[in-house]
Design a protein around this ligand. Sequence first.
Ligand SMILES: [Zn+2]
Length: 464
Amino acid sequence: MIDRDSFEKLNLSIAFTEDLDRELEGHLNKGSRQEDLTFALWQPSQGATRYTAILQRLILPRENDRILQGNVAFTSDYLLRVLEEAKEGYGIALLRSHLGPGWQMMSYDDVVAERDRLAAVVAGKTKLPLVGLTRGTDGYWSGRFWLKGSSKEYVRKWVKNVRVIGQQLRVSFNPQLMPPLSSTDSQIATVSVWGEENQSILSRLHIGIIGLGSVGSIVAEALSRIGVSRITLIDHDKIELRNLDRTLGATMEDVINKTPKVKVSERVIKASHTSQKINILPFEGTLRSLEGLSHALDCDVLFSCVDRPFPRHMLNSLAYGHLIPVIDGGIKVKVNNHGKLLHADWRIHTVGPGRACMICLGALNMVEVALDMDGKLDDPVYIQGLGPELNPLLQRQNVFPFSLSVAAHEVLHLMGLIAGNPRIGGIGPQFYHCYPGMMEAKHSTQCSCDCEYNKLIGQVNQVI
Ligand SMILES: [Zn+2]
């Protein structure tokens, strides 16, 4: 088990799917006079600074497993059954309902039940801390971990937020640890479009951008201007001459100085942000490294702005296993042998629980992922021999206006995801065709039933 000192340095969070939340509402909502409870199993997802309990499945009480008298208590038999079911690598959570709205504090009885009856028994069996959650009448969640103190006593540490992921990203924020950032005068026009409440959520999310090239550099500026206050930037590249026509903020001086792309975007964000305060976390390295991956795992939403298949496969896996929605896009340009543009198309989609993954959408294929993993896509001789279907992937034919369009729709997907409003981000995956100049949209679809990514939902231990 991670020791308490390490936990003290980490931000804590809890995440689960919209489907699980619906199941919980069905069980816990017993009207205005009766609380209820259930146990659940979870797996840890650990980033560089955040530790998340990913709820996997409920172990619902049977008829005589709890005592309902307005409030609620679990029996020892129920607890024994739950301890039995918690196999190695799984933690135990107790979830209960309260008869009030918003972030819930704990009654003395609740504290006694979790701290004195459960925390030591659960930690002893699972080697993971007990996690407690409370659901308010409006579906708002609050949560805490119970960590072993210096004496035998267990100490409560509140989580910063509880995230429910599906068609919408619904986040319950701890009002003490993550109070709302009030909007600024420079955001009046933005707030007038999607409202104070959505702005308040946006301003408290931690957003990651993987790849700060043509699309990523524009996404960075857009997030900065609309008021995102915590942005992780991941890219290992430095600015070269060939980047100047499509990387926002890059200058000839950056070419000469070989400035890392993350530093260019950091500079752009510092100059343009409208949030009261800004926290930019640039990581000059690749997502493939453990360190890069751990920075990605700190984020609430990720933008996939990489053009290589393997990192996109990693992000596709993270979206389901670690419950972090990923907004992805791609541009395909066909030019004939005489340099004439034949057609240009691009696509934008959000992947994660409740939505089809990149493979099921046809936006990524495993042959390309395997080639990239083998290092074949870095081999010029091999690339020369590739067929016409794979070649466009590697030609990097793109221009700034195409990237502007993709980046704009990706950011709108983010707003639609937060607001749960298809009138902002559209109804699902989007496909733009330069000829005749038309955006096609599809209703959000599900993965095929044998999809290996979809099977990863909440299965942190099986990702990558
Ligand atoms: Zn799938």
